[in-house]
Design a protein around this ligand. Sequence first.
Ligand SMILES: NC(=O)c1ccc[n+]([C@@H]2O[C@H](COP(=O)([O-])OP(=O)(O)OC[C@H]3O[C@@H](n4cnc5c(N)ncnc54)[C@H](O)[C@@H]3O)[C@@H](O)[C@H]2O)c1
Length: 338
Amino acid sequence: MDWKSTKVLVTGGASFIGSHLVDALLEREAQVRVVDDLSAGKIENIKGHVDNNRIEFIKADLREPGIAREAVKGMRIVFHLAADHGGRGYVDLHQAGPASNLFFDGLIFYEARRAKVEKVIFASSGCVYPNFLQKDANKEIYLTEDKVSPPYDADNMYGWAKLMAELTLKAYHKEYGIKAASCRYFTVYGPRGVENHAVIAMIAKAFLKMDPYEVWGDGTQIRNWTYVEDIVKGTILAAEKIDDGTAVNLGTMERIKVIDAVREVLRYTGHNPKIVFRPDMPVGPINRVADNSLAKKILGWEPAVKFMDGLHKTTDWYFSTKNKEEVRSALQAKLTER
Ligand SMILES: NC(=O)c1ccc[n+]([C@@H]2O[C@H](COP(=O)([O-])OP(=O)(O)OC[C@H]3O[C@@H](n4cnc5c(N)ncnc54)[C@H](O)[C@@H]3O)[C@@H](O)[C@H]2O)c1
C-alpha cells in the first residue's frame, strides 16, 4: 500500500504506542490527524510534529457528543488506539473506567462507517484471552488466536471491552462491508513507555535506587514483552494486509519471567538492593505468551528486537531523559493509575 498523502486518523496518537505509530506513518508520508484528550497521552510525544505542522492535532475527548464524527470526517484509514487503559495495577483495580471503552469503541466504529472510512485498525490486547488458560506457570502454552472463543473469559472489564470491539468490527465487516483488522498487542515496552507498565516500573525503581526493591507477586509470572517498534511495524502491516476483521497476535514468543527481567535491569544499572516480593499486589495472569505464527503467515511479520536488547535500549532512554524528583513524586500513584 502506498501511504503517501493517505488521510489517516490515529485516535490516542499522543500515547506511548500511538506516537510511535504517528512517527512511522509520517515516514511513509501519510497525512496524519491525531485526536487525543491527553488524559494519559503526552503532548511531548508528538510536539515536534505539531510544532512543524506535520500533523493535525485535535485535543478532545472522543466520548463527547460530536467529537468522534468530526474526528473521522474525510479520513480513509482509522487506527483506533484511544482507550481508558493502564498497566496491571489499573486493569485489576479499575472496572468502571475501562468499561467506557465499550461505548467509546462502538462510537468510533459507528462514525467510521457512517463517514465511509475504508478501513479501521483496532488496538486490541492479549487481555482478550481466557484467564483459565493462563494460570499455570509450568505449562509451555502459546496463545493462538483461535483460543479466543466460547466460553470467553477475558481479563477484567478492560479485556471484555477489547473483545467486544473485536467482535463488533468482525460483524461490521460481515454485514456492512467495512474493512477492518484487530491487532492483539502483548505487553508493549520501549522509549516513551509509562511507569504503570511492568518493564518501565522496574527501570524506574532502579533509577531511584529503591532499596528494598519491590516486585509484585512472587516473580514467577511469565510474559512476552514486545518492543514498540515491532508493534508499530505489525500494526501497519495489518492495515495493509488484513481486510476481513481478523484479529492477529502481535507479540514475541520469548518467555520471560518477571524476576529474570528484574535481575537484568538491576545488573545492567548496577543497583544491588534487597528484593522484596509483594504477593498482595496485582499480578495478572501467571503465564501469558503469544503464538505469532498467524502474523508470520499473513503479515510476513516477526519481532526483530530481542527482549534483552530492547530492555537495554529502554533503560538507556529512561536514564538519559528522566528527572529523579519527578519520577519519585509520581511513581506510587502511577503503579495503580493511568
Ligand atoms: N501498552 C501496552 O502494553 C498495550 C497492550 C495491549 C493493548 N494496548 C492498547 O494500545 C493502545 C495504546 O496504548 P498505550 O500503552 O500507548 O497507552 P495509553 O493508554 O496512554 O493510550 C491511550 C491514549 O488514548 C488517549 N485517550 C484515552 N481516552 C480518550 C478519549 N476519551 N478521547 C481521546 N483520547 C483518549 C490517552 O490520552 C492516550 O494517549 C490502547 O488502546 C491500549 O489499550 C496497549
